[in-house]
Write a protein that binds this ligand. Structure first.
Ligand code: FCB
Length: 449
């Protein structure tokens, strides 16, 4: 038996646009994801989050489900356009009321809320008026929004996550164009990354002021980056890739400066974001914890024929891959957690997302035998336990996800839940991995074998 500390918190995570539905209800404004989904060709099957898991209407049933799973904590996000339909200015009371009902019901069920303030559903008005996160004004609007939510819920919510995965927001949204707002401009993406970090730094003291004894942090997607070969060239590329995807975020948050090699690179390519004196200090505001989302690792090599330093991802054939085609690499989770402890002295860590998409089928007796997902969880949690043994201050773990949901550009085609959702009927079925997780929570540890 691999035993976890008594204080270790076991949870599951979701995000507003992926589960809530009810996009036109109770005064919610349009988000960039509503708009993006309505653009043909952007999303698998042109699907969208208009109904999703209908969680907005079924949150009580879903909290019961959490109870059946034995969850001690639940990470969800607040939809900014429910609170401020145009992103700033007029507050929509019905939006605040919804999250208050949700939080109160969670507390009654003895489930600790972890609230993410921004998990990608930016009000469309801020995109139209300011160009979204390309503008400093959006960072300022975020602080006002964080103030409104934490003022209302701060007496009951004691765990706050400012942003989810700024790297993905910047790169996938503004450079690759695969996520909303669907732009293709690397310069904008770098600017966006700076404004996101700035928004985080400015919001932390505001949340603290509204929520006494709160724990405040941010969630980053962090993967260990490996070189495909032993060559110096490939190692150099891997180091740069680590700089772009990991150090660009961890360094300013925990060391107060952007990594110099990446700053040099940006300078050479005329990509340096605009910054104002004092920004670095704002971003480096002390945090209580860092949230880590980890699913896989990244393997790169120098791209043939491209300029020096240009990376190409390598798919390890023979390794197990999930339905997202992400390599199953449990050791990577340990590597990331131990590094944050040893190199950055992060005071406290949560795994705020970890999980796997696999195709599921419901058996005749209404069971979902998802042995591969169960195995994935067992292996990653075993590595989380190893990180703890090496001193990483890991305080809790959130499975992604509580239930199958709208997987962004992949629509409903990828199932990440420990609970199966039959979208036609909205019936929820706890998968075998969910029962395994329940037993793990009960035992406070992983039974071996
Ligand atoms: C993460 C997102 C989350 C979910 C998982 C699979 O990048 O934070 O919303 O889509 O990937």
């Amino acid at each position: 038996m691999l035993q976890f500390p008594d204080s270790f918190r076991w949870g599951a995570a979701t995000a507003s646009y992926q589960i809530e539905g009810a996009v036109h209800e109770d005064g919610r404004g349009e988000s960039i994801w509503d708009r993006f989904c309505s653009t043909p060709g952007k999303i698998f099957n042109n699907e969208n989050g208009a109904i999703a898991c209908d969680h907005y209407h079924r949150y009580q049933e879903d909290i019961q489900l959490m109870g059946e799973l034995g969850l001690q904590a639940y990470r969800f996000s607040v939809a900014w356009p429910r609170i401020l339909p145009t992103g700033r200015g007029r507050v929509n009371p019905a939006g605040l009321d919804f999250y208050e009902r949700l939080v109160d019901a969670l507390l009654t069920a003895n489930i600790e809320p972890f609230v993410t303030l921004f998990h990608w559903d930016l009000p469309q008005a801020l995109q139209d008026d300011f160009g979204g996160w390309t503008s400093r004004d959006t960072a300022k609007a975020f602080v006002d929004y964080a103030n409104i939510v934490s003022e209302r819920l701060g007496d009951r919510v004691k765990n706050w996550i400012t942003l989810n995965e700024p790297f993905v927001v910047a790169k996938v949204g503004y450079e690759y164009g695969v996520h909303a707002p669907g732009l293709h401009d690397p310069r904008l993406a770098w600017q966006v990354s700076h404004h996101l970090l700035l928004a985080h730094g400015m919001a932390v003291p505001v949340i603290r002021a509204n929520s006494s004894n709160a724990q405040v942090g941010i969630t980053l997607n962090l993967s260990s980056v490996h070189s495909a070969t032993d060559s110096e060239r490939d190692h150099y590329v891997a180091h740069l890739e680590d700089g772009v995807s990991n150090r660009w975020y961890i360094d300013p948050l925990f060391r107060g400066t952007y990594p110099s090699d990446i700053m040099d690179y940006l300078e050479q390519h005329n990509l340096t974001p605009q910054m104002v004196n004092g920004d670095a200090a704002i971003i480096a505001v002390p945090m209580d914890f860092l949230g880590v989302n980890n699913y896989s690792r990244t393997v790169v090599r120098q791209k043939a024929g491209a300029a020096n330093g240009v990376a190409e991802q390598v798919r390890i054939s023979g390794a197990e891959h999930t339905d997202m085609d992400w390599e199953v690499y449990p050791e990577g989770l340990r590597e990331v957690l131990v590094r944050l402890h040893q190199e950055y002295h992060v005071p406290r860590l949560y795994v705020t997302e970890n999980g796997a998409a696999f195709p599921d089928t419901v058996s005749a007796n209404s069971r979902v035998h998802d042995a591969r997902r169960e195995n994935y969880y067992r292996e990653y949690l075993t590595q989380a336990h190893a990180a703890l043994s090496e001193g990483a201050p890991l305080a809790g773990y959130f499975a992604w996800s509580l239930m199958d949901n709208f997987e962004w550009s992949e629509g409903y085609s990828k199932r990440f839940g420990i609970t199966y959702v039959d979208y036609a009927t909205q019936r929820r079925i706890i998968k075998d991995s969910g029962y395994w997780y329940r037993n793990t929570i009960r035992a406070h540890g992983i039974r071996e074998g």
